[in-house]
Design a protein around this ligand. Structure first.
Ligand code: OFO
Length: 169
């Protein structure tokens, strides 16, 4: 059984995961109307779907543990970006924020000796390591590419492979 405090904290995380999905959905929609960003667009739509899955996983866990998962309202995300690199910088900053939030939840679970929640959260801990790694790799490449259009062409072509490699690792 979840404590009231843990239920509230997990509800906040449900909102954060849903907000992540919303942010990446907005990025995907923006990328879709830019010329030549088919790979980036697909990557961002996929990433948005994954975040929704992270939210759902938490919703089921909370309800199964005798709590109540509240469906959150989301803030309107940024709808446009000056460049692909700007979007990916925001993505990385957001993933770092999510990791910190997961770490706080892990702390809370330990404080309460709620080992079931602690165990459940380990999946998110591992997931955040992978997501931060991928976001950093993308940012490093975009940093290197700068304004070079042929570099961006290759980045767009390779981004899906880059994310699949991370999943295999
Ligand atoms: Fe939910 O993993 Fe990113 O934010």
């Amino acid at each position: 059984m979840l404590s009231k405090t843990m239920n509230k904290a997990l509800n906040e995380q449900i909102k954060i995961e849903g907000q992540s999905s919303n942010i990446y959905l907005a990025m995907a929609s923006w990328a879709e109307i830019q010329p030549g960003l088919e790979g980036v667009t697909e990557f961002l739509y996929m990433h948005s779907d994954e975040e929704r899955m992270h939210m759902l996983k938490l919703i089921h866990f909370v309800n199964e543990r005798g709590g109540f998962a509240e469906t959150p309202a989301f803030e309107k995300p940024s709808l446009t970006y000056p460049s692909v690199h700007h979007a990916f910088k925001e993505l990385l900053a957001h993933e770092i924020f999510v990791s910190e939030s997961i770490n706080e939840l892990v702390d809370q679970a330990l404080k309460e000796k709620d080992y079931a929640t602690h165990n459940f959260l380990q999946w998110y801990v591992s997931e955040q390591i992978e997501e931060e790694r991928l976001a950093r790799t993308c940012n490093d490449k975009l940093e290197m590419i700068g304004d070079d259009k042929s570099g961006l062409y290759l980045f767009d072509r390779d981004i899906l492979t880059l994310s699949q490699e991370g999943e295999k690792a």
